[in-house]
Design a protein around this ligand. Structure first.
Ligand code: F6R
Length: 237
């Protein structure tokens, strides 16, 4: 695991953006794994800026988001579909048919999960998977206790995750109780992983990851078993 300390949130976003840009310049057809949440917003701004400056094109690239709530539509402002459109996809030239976000509003949610892994395999796997981390060490919506072997699956959200995500909803009662998420195995299958950690609320998670202990009680610790992980962190202490 490679650790890079950034001097600020902006610096963290720029370092991550450089890695994405270099990948895209090298391989136009790159497949990116995307994350939502407040941590990657700065990275997405950098990518939009680079696209608008004519520095790069996503026209042949593909992307797969980590997760989505179950029971809300892509048009819902709190959905991860909506977040990605607002922060990235509406502002770059990635083709709609190349943008994959797990479907949270379908009858057959189990099939949606299986289809998602199949779609990732069909395009040859993810080149760079972007991750944030939850205060409890979750990655995607893989909460503590999740077996490392799972691929895309349906999960019950913990109270702490629902509370952390309440800011995107009118009240805690509106926060869905379930989500569809890439499993830890899906994440581990990516060729390269970039994990962003920012802010004092993530200090415990940062320290626990840094300790090197591998346990399902702390899902991000699975990443110690991956051969190409870069953690870019700032303001965690
Ligand atoms: C987002 C996701 C989550 C977040 C994590 C951190 O798609 O899967 O694991 O990365 O909850 O969220 P922020 O960045 O809002 O602190």
């Amino acid at each position: 695991m490679k650790w890079i300390e950034a001097v600020s949130y902006e610096d963290m976003s720029q370092i991550a953006a450089t890695i994405f840009k270099e990948q895209l310049k090298k391989v136009k057809t790159s497949v990116f794994g995307m994350a939502t949440g407040s941590t990657p917003e700065g990275l997405y701004k950098e990518l939009v800026k680079a696209y608008q400056a004519g520095e790069l094109s996503f026209a042949e690239a593909k992307s797969f988001n980590l997760d989505e709530y179950i029971g809300i539509t892509p048009e819902n402002k709190a959905s991860y579909h909506y977040f990605m459109d607002e922060n990235l996809f509406n502002h770059i030239d990635m083709k709609r048919e190349n943008i994959y976000v797990p479907t949270g509003d379908t009858e057959d949610i189990e099939k949606a999960a299986t289809d998602y892994d199949a779609a990732i395999a069909t395009v040859g796997g993810i080149d760079i998977q972007l991750l944030g981390i939850g205060v409890n060490g979750h990655i995607g919506f893989n909460e503590p206790g999740t077996p490392f072997e799972l691929e895309t699956n349906i999960v019950e959200l913990t109270q702490s995750t629902r509370e952390a995500n309440q800011i995107y909803f009118d009240s805690i009662n509106d926060v869905p109780t379930k989500a569809i998420t890439m499993g830890i195995q899906t994440i581990m299958n990516a060729k390269k992983v970039i994990l962003l950690i920012s802010g004092t609320s993530k200090q415990d998670a940062y320290e626990r990851l840094r300790s090197g202990e591998i346990t399902t009680d702390f899902p991000a610790s699975a990443l110690h078993n991956h051969k190409d992980v870069t953690v870019i962190y700032t303001g965690v202490k």
